[in-house]
Design a protein around this ligand. Structure first.
Ligand code: HEM
Length: 209
């Protein structure tokens, strides 16, 4: 943590600097931990009454049974929501969202997708996101907000009936909740694979070693 010296404004790539500010790293790893708990307990909840023609293997679920999984889900929910609110507040207050994620233009996304598919995407400045990254990061923030709202709508059916109605009722809200989970898992897989593919020299630069 002590090597995290760079603010957003000064995040230029050099061997002495770090790409992400400290608060982003703390919030990111807290989110990763909470998300894994939510996903694994959610899979156990799903198994009690599957929406589709399959169940998740018990080795990758959390809670042991429906009641246990719900307890895990609602406990990790607080961590996820408080951490998420801190992330949104700091992202807006520091101007990080505006600087890092905007603008997103369709032509930019198309050009960067083509460059990525032909292995011509530049990786020389890790402090700036390309258009595909911008779209995916902004998109996954929206998915994160929708999964929390749909979760609240299926949890507090009576108190938040306006929210459940907004999703088109309990059944649809449940599907929305599940589809958001699937999008988050897909994002996670791509995110981790790409993080592992970043050349070691650049990773050494990011973590300051
Ligand atoms: C933070 C707000 C959240 C709340 C309040 C919440 C609440 C709930 C509730 C009440 C259920 C039981 C639904 C039912 O079958 O009646 C559920 C199921 C589930 N949740 Fe969440 N959840 C939240 C976030 C998440 C997150 C972040 C994930 C994963 C990334 C997730 C994944 C799942 C899955 C996979 C199920 C099972 C889907 C089903 O079969 O209905 N949830 N959630």
């Amino acid at each position: 943590m002590s090597s995290l010296v760079v603010s957003d404004e000064h995040a230029t790539p050099s061997t002495a600097t770090v790409v992400q500010p400290a608060w982003v790293r703390v919030v990111h790893w807290t989110n990763a931990f909470a998300m894994i708990l939510m996903i694994m307990s959610g899979w156990q909840i799903y198994n009690a009454s599957p929406l589709f023609d399959f169940r998740f293997a018990s080795s990758i679920t959390l809670g042991g049974w429906l009641g246990g999984a719900l307890l895990w889900h609602f406990a990790a929910m607080w961590l996820l929501m408080v951490n998420g609110l801190i992330y949104l507040a700091l992202g807006l207050a520091t101007g990080r969202f505006r600087k890092k994620l905007l603008p997103i233009s369709p032509s930019g996304v198309i050009a960067d997708t083509k460059a990525a598919l032909t292995f011509k995407l530049a990786h020389d400045d890790l402090s700036r996101y390309n258009y595909v990254q911008k779209l995916l990061y902004a998109g996954i923030i929206v998915v994160g907000v929708v999964i929390v709202l749909s979760g609240l709508s299926i949890w507090k059916l009576v108190q938040l009936q306006w929210l459940t109605a907004l999703f088109g009722g309990y059944d649809i809200a449940r599907y929305v909740h599940f589809i958001c989970m699937a999008l988050i898992v897909a994002f996670l897989v791509v995110h981790v694979v790409l993080a592992l593919l970043v050349p070691k020299s650049l990773r050494a630069m990011i973590i300051g070693r």
